[in-house]
Design a protein around this ligand. Structure first.
Ligand code: ZN
Length: 314
């Protein structure tokens, strides 16, 4: 494993941003010039669509629009973005995809949409999926699993809903908390023709530096060929205020070791991640974590794997 060690960064939280900035200047191409495909971008407008969960998260309960994303990521060379559904009210699911489709006409960097679909309805969800699949920008679907019971993702109706995605050439984004990993493996095993990506490395408990059984389960999941891993959403599983790059490093190293550099992709999880980090700080943290890896490996992580998985050029 050639992922750089940052264990010698005995930094206090206040100096983290400054130190990472200095490190980025010491290494070849400045991060600002490095082309990025961001595979996990949320945009929402509570004035236009309903997002019931935002009522419980006042810090995020305002519109987050394209102009806000552009200003947050401003210094970086974002080449393409994949819009990720925002746990919108189920009756607004199609409207959300339509809104982003319209937006993509003015912002060509939006190259893909992962839309919401009520897959727990099994075959009944087909008309919904069909509508989405007719839109060439829709590359995949997501139905959040994280707030459901641990058995939700292996209930027969849900499994048959997910299996249908292979008929339409759509992928599935798995968003879970770590206790749901073991049943997630059973879901993926039952859908060998569907391409999956595990969001946010399966949301391990980084705050408490818990590794087991997440570590073993990630290893088992990675043995299945039809699943990739999105390195994103980590800062919000750590302590929002006091996290350090060293808290994230062993988790990053483990997923790269298990999935390899052909099956990992970068995502910002903006603006959810703003609760714990600026856009730039998360990007730099991951970039520095892999700074000892080859240019080709970094290119796969930050660009080509995401583009291939979501078929952004088709
Ligand atoms: Zn997200």
């Amino acid at each position: 494993m050639r992922v750089a060690s940052v264990l010698d960064w005995g930094l206090t939280s206040w100096s983290k941003q400054v130190t990472l900035t200095l490190i980025s200047y010491q290494r070849g191409t400045p991060v600002e010039k490095f082309p990025i495909i961001d595979t996990h971008v949320h945009l929402w407008n509570p004035k236009q669509l309903r997002y019931p969960w935002l009522d419980k998260v006042p810090a995020l309960n305002r519109p987050y629009l394209l102009k806000d994303y552009i200003s947050a990521s401003g210094e970086l060379a974002i080449k393409s973005m994949v819009f990720m559904e925002c746990d919108v009210h189920m009756d607004d699911g199609l409207k959300e995809a339509e809104w982003i489709t319209e937006l993509a006409k003015t912002e060509p960097k939006i190259k893909g949409i992962v839309a919401y679909a009520p897959l727990e309805r099994g075959e009944q969800a087909e008309p919904f999926i069909e509508k989405l699949a007719n839109n060439p920008l829709v590359k995949g679907l997501r139905r959040l699993i994280q707030y459901e019971s641990t058995d939700f993702c292996i209930e027969p109706e849900f499994v048959s809903g997910v299996r249908m995605l292979s008929r339409y050439g759509l992928s599935f984004d798995i968003c879970i908390f770590h206790p749901q990993l073991s049943n997630t493996i059973r879901l993926v095993e039952q859908c060998p023709d569907v391409q999956f990506v595990l969001d946010h490395i399966g949301k391990p408990d980084i705050k408490n530096q818990l590794f087991d059984p997440w570590k073993q389960e990630i290893k088992r999941l990675a043995t299945l060929p039809n699943v990739c891993c999105k390195i994103s959403g980590m800062v919000t599983e750590a302590d929002f205020k006091t996290w350090m790059p060293t808290d994230l490093q062993p988790y990053i190293e483990h997923v790269i070791t298990c999935f390899g550099f052909d099956r990992v992709m970068y995502g910002s999880d903006w603006p959810v991640a703003t609760q714990a980090s600026s856009y730039l700080l998360w990007f730099r943290t991951l970039k520095n974590a892999v700074s000892g890896c080859s240019a080709e490996e970094q290119q796969k992580l930050f660009q080509s794997n995401g583009s291939r998985f979501y078929r952004l050029n088709s």
